[in-house]
Design a protein around this ligand. Structure first.
Ligand code: G4P
Length: 286
C-alpha cells in the first residue's frame, strides 16, 4: 500500500509514537543497513528524545559490511546502541536483547537501588515503512503476528510479546514517515524498495544505481551483465549494452529502455549484483 504522508498524518504518527514511548524503557529504531542515514525518519530525535535507543541496522545480508561497521561506530558515538542484523533469516536476534540490556542498565540499577523489584525490559520498534519492522517482530516472537499495514502511527490493540528472559516487546511498531525533501535520499529510498515506484522517476533511480555501481563496483557491474563498457561511457551506452545482452528489445531491434530500467532497479534492490551500502559515510555530511 502506498501512503501519502500529509502534515496531519505526521503529527498523528508522532503523537501516537510519543504516547507509546511512555510505556517503554528502550526504543528499537529500525533502519535499512544499506541506507542507515537515508532510511531514518527526519524527526526521529525529536520523537524519541532522551529515551535509551538501540539502532537496529536491518537487512545486513544485503549491505556492505565494512561500511556497516563505520555506521555502527557513528551511532555508538551518538550514544546509541547499534546492532546489525538480518531479520529475514533470523540472524543477530540475540544481539537485540543484549543491546537492550546494556541500553537500560543504568535505569535498572537506579530502580534496584530504590528497592524496586526486578522486571522485564519493555521495548518498542519504530521506523519508516519497509525497513523490516513486521519481519523482526515475527522473528522475535517466533510466530506470525498480523502486519499492521503501513498506516501512520501505531494501531490501538497492542500486546506485549515476551522475548528471551529479559525483554517484552510491543507487538505493533510505530510507523513514521520517510525523508522526502532531498532528491538523492529519495533515489536511495527507491533503489532499496523503501518507497513505492509510482512516486519517483524510475529512470533517475536506475541511473543513480548504475552510477553508484560504476563508482563503487565497476568490475562487479561489468561481470554481472557480461558487458564491456568504459567507465566514462555515457549511461545510454550502458543501457544499450545491458539491454542487448539481456535481449530486452522492441520490434525493430531497438533496446527497450523501460525494461532495462526495471531490470537494473530490480537487481540492485534485491542484491543480485552485489551487496552495497549506498550511504557512504565519508561522502556524507553527517
Ligand atoms: P515493515 O514492517 O517495516 O514495513 O517491513 P516488512 O517487515 O514488511 O519488510 C519489508 C520487506 O523487507 C519484506 O520483503 C521483508 O521480507 C524484507 N526484509 C525484512 N527484513 C529483511 C532482512 O533482514 N533481509 C532481507 N533481505 N530482507 C528483509 P517483501 O519482498 O516485501 O516481502 P517477502 O516477499 O519477503 O515476504
Amino acid at each position: 500500500m502506498v501512503i501519502q504522508w500529509y502534515p496531519g498524518h505526521m503529527a498523528k504518527a508522532k503523537r501516537e509514537v510519543a504516547e507509546q514511548l511512555k510505556k517503554v524503557d528502550v526504543v528499537f529504531e529500525l533502519v535499512d543497513a544499506r541506507i542507515p542515514y537515508s532510511s531514518r525518519n527526519p524527526m526521529i530525535d525529536e520523537v524519541i528524545q532522551q529515551k535509551p535507543r538501540v539502532v537496529i541496522l536491518n537487512k545486513k545480508d544485503m549491505a556492505n559490511l565494512k561500511e556497516l561497521e563505520k555506521w555502527e561506530s557513528y551511532f555508538k558515538c551518538k550514544g546509541y546502541y547499534p546492532v546489525a542484523i538480518d531479520a529475514k533469516h533470523g540472524k543477530g536476534l540475540k544481539l537485540v536483547e543484549q543491546a537492550a540490556i546494556k541500553a537500560t542498565q543504568e535505569k535498572f540499577e537506579r530502580e534496584k537501588k530504590k528497592g524496586l523489584k526486578p522486571r522485564a525490559i519493555r521495548a518498542m520498534i519504530v521506523g519508516i515503512p519497509n525497513v523490516g519492522k513486521s519481519t523482526l517482530i515475527n522473528k522475535l516472537a517466533h510466530k506470525s503476528i498480523a502486519k499492521t499495514g503501513n498506516t501512520p502511527g501505531v494501531t490501538k490493540q497492542q500486546q506485549w510479546i515476551k522475548i528471551g528472559n529479559s525483554l517484552q516487546l510491543l507487538d505493533t511498531p510505530g510507523i513514521l514517515w520517510p525523508k522526502f525533501e532531498d532528491q538523492l535520499v529519495g533515489k536511495k529510498l527507491s533503489i532499496t524498495g523503501a518507497i513505492k515506484d509510482s512516486i519517483v522517476h524510475l529512470d533517475e533511480v536506475a541511473i543513480y544505481g548504475l552510477e553508484f555501481l560504476k563508482e563503487h563496483d565497476y568490475e562487479g557491474l561489468k561481470n554481472h551483465y557480461k558487458v564491456d563498457v568504459a567507465i566514462e561511457a555515457e549511461n545510454i551506452e550502458w543501457f544499450d549494452a545491458i539491454g542487448r545482452r539481456r535481449g530486452l528489445l522492441r520490434s525493430g531491434n531497438e533496446v527497450d529502455y523501460e525494461a532495462v530500467i526495471d531490470l537494473i532497479i530490480h537487481e540492485v534492490r534485491n542484491a543480485k549484483i552485489g551487496t552495497y551500502t549506498f550511504d557512504v559515510i565519508k561522502e556524507m555530511d553527517v
